[in-house]
Design a binder for this molecule. Structure first.
Ligand code: SF4
Length: 119
């Protein structure tokens, strides 16, 4: 026996491969760490179809362009998160929104200062 086993799956469920197929399989060492006498098990997320659609979108030109837009935003958010830390400073949305804006102003001033130094 070897690879090529196919099992049907439902999103959000765990798929169990036949132990009798996995046992003698040559690919077993690189495929699964399941105990002897057990087959490989794969957990499918509830949103597996959405994930597959998004992964295939990343292969398209439009998808990669959209990802590049997102990278810029994520980069700036990472700077803010690095400055702020993993927790909100205050209780309540209003104060934390104010804090986020304050952090953004400081961040933007630092960027402006760097541009000024470079000029
Ligand atoms: S060990 Fe992996 S590759 Fe081999 S039959 Fe099982 S699931 Fe398929």
């Amino acid at each position: 026996m070897s690879a090529g086993e196919v099992e049907p799956f439902e999103p959000g469920a765990v798929v169990h491969f036949d132990p009798e197929a996995c046992g003698p399989c040559k690919l077993r060492p690189s495929c699964t760490q399941a105990a002897s006498g057990k087959g490989r098990s794969v957990t499918m997320g509830d949103d597996e179809r959405l994930r597959q659609r998004l992964r295939s979108r990343l292969q398209s030109r439009a998808g990669r362009a959209q990802l590049r837009e997102r990278v810029g935003v994520e980069h700036r958010l990472a700077h803010l998160a690095n400055r702020q830390g993993p927790k909100a400073r205050y209780r309540g949305t209003r104060r934390n929104l104010f804090d986020l804006r304050r952090l953004s102003v400081v961040q933007n001033l630092e960027v402006a200062a760097r541009y000024q130094l470079a000029a």
